[in-house]
Design a protein around this ligand. Structure first.
Ligand SMILES: [Zn+2]
Length: 212
């Protein structure tokens, strides 16, 4: 099996994992895997359990359709991340916690040690742009910076990794979940503040979710 065929199977596997882990509903969200100058990406509007290898869309790094099904409407977002970073895989979800936070905060603070999986002490929230637009792709890229995760204003989350072996969109949800709880507890005194400081301790910063 060549690498592109392997990538198609990985797209199908990750897409179905997103569904079973509750990170997306219906046909929302999308997954892609890069192979050289080609990208295998979930097709638009096809229920995940019905995606077969020949229905996975193949596009080039500019998003031009090369083969397979109709590429996801968020293809511009995926291909921009590939053009500008070392990403080998990109995942976009509409998970409940991440989307709720993306509607309510301007920045995800370090309330959970998983924040370090994204390469910094915070995760940014992008400006709002219409789904599927080049403007959204640009806004996401700007907010992403050198991190591996970003929240999309009033929309969802995007994560990417240099290897798809440990790509875990659930980690964004864990972070968002913890932040939601923190928002509820924010008015409580000392203990919560103490956790804030401890999450930023050097030993937690060493955590590397993306290591191959
Ligand atoms: Zn979306």
């Amino acid at each position: 099996m060549n690498q592109l065929e392997q990538a198609k199977l990985e797209v199908i596997e990750y897409a179905n994992r997103m569904l079973t882990e509750g990170l997306v509903k219906g046909t929302s969200g999308n997954v892609s895997v890069r192979v050289g100058d080609q990208v295998a990406i979930t097709p638009g509007s096809v229920p995940y359990p019905e995606i077969t290898p020949d229905r996975v869309a193949i596009v080039d790094l500019d998003g031009n359709h090369l083969a397979g099904g109709n590429p996801s409407s968020e293809t511009p977002l995926h291909t921009l991340v590939y053009r500008e970073t070392d990403a080998a895989a990109v995942v976009h979800t509409h998970s409940i916690y991440a989307t709720t936070l993306a509607c309510t905060v301007d920045e995800l603070p370090a309330v959970h040690y998983m924040i370090h999986a994204f390469g910094g002490d915070t995760v940014d929230v992008s400006d709002y742009e219409r789904f599927g637009s080049d403007e959204l792709a640009a806004a996401v890229h700007k907010a992403l910076g050198d991190r591996r995760g970003v929240l999309l204003r009033n929309h969802g989350a995007v994560v990417h990794g240099p290897t798809n072996a440990l790509l875990n969109p659930a980690s964004v949800d864990a972070q968002a979940d913890a932040t939601t709880a923190d928002a509820v507890l924010r008015e409580l005194p000392a203990p919560g503040r103490l956790v804030y400081r401890r999450v930023l301790e050097p030993r937690y910063r060493k955590r590397q979710l993306w290591a191959a």
